[in-house]
Design a protein around this ligand. Structure first.
Ligand code: HEC
Ligand code: HEC
Ligand code: HEC
Ligand code: HEC
Length: 451
C-alpha cells in the first residue's frame, strides 16, 4: 500500500498543467484514452482524495483513507485482491484446479478491478479501486476538479453516474451477484469448493462503504438521495440480473445440472430423517406453485420487489406477480425455462424504470415496511428470503429517519426486535422459519405503533 502517500503523481502534475494550458492553450501532454483505468495512486494524492481529514470544500477528499480502512466494511474493497493470497482462497482455487487464486481469471473479475485499458499506475493488487465503481478516469482525471467543470461534463467523459440508482445497482451487481463478462460469475462449484454465499442489498451495502456526505452541496450537485428508492431499484435490478443470466444459456447449467447458484441453498442442503412421523423441514410457499422435492429458484429479491411494487406500482406489480407464478410453474414442468425467465426479467426491468422515477413519501415508506414485514411474511419459508427481509427492515427504517419522518430515538427503540431478526438469520444452518415469521411480525407491530 505504500505508493499512495507519494501518489500525487498525475493529479499534482495535472493541476500545474491546467494553469499552464490556460496560458498557452495547447495541450502539452496527451491524456490517456477515455475509459482508461489510471489506478488508485492517480486519485489518492494528498492534494486530491488522499487527505488525512475530511476537510475538502466540495467533497471530503479523504476518500482514500476510508477505502483503505481495514477495520471497517468501508475498507473491504481495498483488500479484495489481498484475500486471494490467503488460505481460504488458495484452497478454493486448488480444489478447482485454477492455479494460484491471485492470478486466476475466474476470481480476478470481482476481486480486482476489471479494466480493459490500464494506465501506468494501475495495479491489480489495489483490489477494487476507485475506478471500479466511478469508471475509468482517462477521459476526466485531469479536468474533473476544475471550477468551471460540472458533474455532467465528467459523465460525458466516462464517469459513472453513481447517484442514479440504476447505474449504481448495475455496477455493484456485476460483482455482488455476477455478470456475463469474463471472470464475474460465482458458480455453485466455487461455493462447494469453499466460496462464501454472496448476499447483497444496494442501499445497506452503499451505507456500509460510504465515503461521502449528503450535505447541501451534494444535493445541489446531484439531488436528494432516497434510501427507499435505492433499495427498491436495487431489488428490481437484482431480479433482472438473476433472471437474465439464468436465461442466457451460458450460465444456466453446470454440466448436466442446472446452475445451483441460482437456487435456494438450504433447500438442497437439508437433513434427511427416517423417523416415521418426521415433520418435513421444507414448507409450502404461497408464492411458488412447486411440488415437494423441486429446488426453489432463490426468490429473495422477487419477494421484495413484489412487496414494493404493490405499494408504488400496483399495475406493473400484478403483471410481475403473474410472471413470477408462471416462471415457478414452468421450472417444475419444463426442461427449458428460458422464455419464462426472460419474461420475468423484462417485468423486473420495467419495474426498475418505474421505481427509479417514482417519488417515495412518508406513507409509502411505511406501507413498504408493512408489505415486507407483514404482507410478505408467509413467503419467508427459506433462509435467503428471510435474510433479505432483515436487510430491508434495516434499510427502510433508516430511510424513515433520513426523511425526518421518524426520530432516531424511536427508531433505536426498535433495535432489540431488529437484533432478534439478525440473530435469526445469523447461521444458515440454524434457520427456523416459524420463529423467524413470529419475529418479523413482532417488528411489524412495533413499526405500526411508530406511525
Ligand atoms: C461474481 C464475483 C465474484 C467472483 C467471480 C469471485 N468472488 Fe470471491 N467474493 C465475492 C464477493 C462479493 C465476496 C464477499 C461476499 C460477502 O461477504 O457478501 C467474496 C468473498 C470471497 C472470499 C472471502 C473473503 C473474506 O474476506 O473472508 C474469498 C476467500 C473469495 N471470495 C475467494 C474467491 C476465489 C478464490 C474466487 C475464484 C475462484 C472468487 N472469490 C471469485 C465475489 C466474487
Ligand atoms: C464500491 C464502489 C466505490 C468505490 C470502490 C469507490 N467509490 Fe467513491 N462513491 C461510490 C458511491 C456509490 C458514491 C455516492 C454516489 C455519488 O454521488 O457518486 C461515491 C461517492 C464518492 C465521492 C463523492 C461525490 C460527491 O459528489 O460528493 C467521491 C469524491 C468519491 N466517491 C471518490 C472515491 C475515491 C477517491 C475512491 C478510491 C479511493 C472511491 N471513491 C472508491 C462508490 C465507490
Ligand atoms: C469489481 C467488483 C466489485 C464491485 C464493482 C463492487 N464490489 Fe463490493 N465487494 C467486492 C468484493 C470482492 C468484496 C469482498 C472483499 C473481501 O472480502 O475482501 C466486496 C465487499 C463489499 C462490502 C463489504 C461487505 C462485508 O460483508 O463486509 C460492501 C459493503 C460492498 N462490497 C459494497 C459495494 C457496493 C455498494 C458496490 C457498488 C457501489 C460495490 N460493492 C461494488 C467486489 C466488488
Ligand atoms: C439443487 C441442489 C443444490 C442447491 C440449490 C445448492 N447445492 Fe450446494 N451442493 C449440492 C450437491 C449435490 C453438492 C455435492 C455434495 C457432495 O459432494 O456430497 C453440494 C455441495 C456443496 C458444498 C460442499 C459441501 C461439502 O462439505 O463438501 C457447499 C459448501 C455448498 N454446496 C454450498 C451451497 C450454497 C452456498 C448454495 C446456494 C448458493 C448451494 N450449495 C445450493 C446441491 C445443491
Amino acid at each position: 500500500m505504500a505508493g499512495f502517500w507519494q501518489g500525487q503523481g498525475k493529479c499534482a502534475r495535472a493541476i500545474g498543467l491546467t494553469f499552464l494550458l490556460a496560458l498557452v492553450a495547447t495541450p502539452v501532454f496527451a491524456a490517456d484514452a477515455p475509459g482508461t483505468h489510471e489506478g488508485v495512486a492517480s486519485c489518492g494524492g494528498s492534494t486530491c482524495h488522499g487527505r488525512l481529514a475530511p476537510s475538502g470544500k466540495t467533497v471530503r477528499q479523504n476518500e482514500l483513507i476510508t477505502w483503505q480502512d481495514t477495520t471497517s466494511a468501508a475498507g473491504t474493497h481495498s483488500q479484495a485482491w489481498q484475500v486471494l493470497n490467503r488460505s481460504r482462497a488458495q484452497n478454493i482455487s486448488q480444489r478447482l484446479g485454477l492455479g494460484p487464486a491471485q492470478n486466476a481469471k475466474d476470481c480476478l473479475g470481482c476481486h480486482s478491478e476489471p479494466a480493459s485499458a490500464r494506465g501506468s499506475k494501475f495495479q491489480v493488487s489495489d483490489g477494487v479501486g476507485c475506478e471500479a465503481c466511478h469508471g475509468g478516469s482517462g477521459g476526466w482525471l485531469s479536468d474533473h476538479y476544475r471550477l468551471d467543470w460540472k458533474h455532467g461534463d465528467s459523465i460525458k467523459a466516462g464517469m459513472i453516474a453513481l447517484e442514479d440508482p440504476r447505474a449504481r445497482a448495475n455496477v455493484c451487481l456485476d460483482c455482488h451477484f455476477g455478470s456475463a463478462r469474463s471472470g464475474q460469475f460465482v458458480t455453485h462449484k466455487m461455493m462447494a469448493a469453499g466460496h462464501p454465499r454472496v448476499s447483497f442489498e444496494l442501499d445497506l451495502f452503499s451505507a456500509l462503504q460510504r465515503h461521502y456526505d449528503f450535505d447541501a452541496d451534494y444535493v445541489k450537485r446531484k439531488g436528494l438521495s432516497s434510501g427507499i428508492k435505492f433499495w427498491a431499484v436495487g431489488q428490481a435490478l437484482a431480479v433482472e440480473r438473476q433472471l437474465s443470466l439464468y436465461a442466457d444459456g451460458a450460465h444456466s447449467n453446470e454440466g448436466a445440472f442446472p446452475q445451483f447458484y441460482f437456487f435456494d441453498c438450504q433447500s438442497c442442503h437439508r437433513r434427511i430423517s427416517d423417523e416415521p412421523n418426521a415433520a418435513l423441514t421444507a414448507e409450502a410457499n404461497p408464492g411458488r406453485p412447486l411440488p415437494p422435492g423441486a429446488p426453489p429458484f432463490n426468490d429473495e429479491n422477487i419477494i421484495m420487489l413484489s412487496a414494493i411494487a404493490k405499494v408504488a406500482a400496483p399495475g406493473e406489480g400484478a403483471s410481475f406477480d403473474a410472471a413470477t407464478r408462471n416462471f415457478h410453474t414452468v421450472m417444475a414442468q419444463s426442461r427449458d425455462p428460458s422464455a419464462a425467465a426472460s419474461q420475468l426479467a423484462g417485468a423486473a426491468r420495467s419495474l426498475a424504470n418505474a421505481l427509479a422515477t417514482h417519488g417515495f413519501g412518508r406513507d409509502e415508506t411505511f406501507a413498504a415496511l408493512d408489505a415486507v414485514l407483514n404482507g410478505a411474511a408467509a413467503r419467508y419459508t427459506d433462509y435467503e428470503g428471510g435474510a433479505q427481509a432483515v436487510m430491508a427492515a434495516d434499510t427502510l427504517l433508516n430511510s424513515l429517519v433520513a426523511q425526518g419522518t421518524v426520530n432516531r430515538a424511536s427508531a433505536e427503540s426498535l433495535r432489540p426486535q431488529i437484533n432478534k431478526l439478525y440473530a435469526e438469520v445469523h447461521d444458515t444452518n440454524a434457520w427456523r422459519p416459524a420463529e423467524f415469521r413470529d419475529a418479523i411480525r413482532q417488528l411489524a407491530g412495533a413499526v405500526g405503533r411508530l406511525k
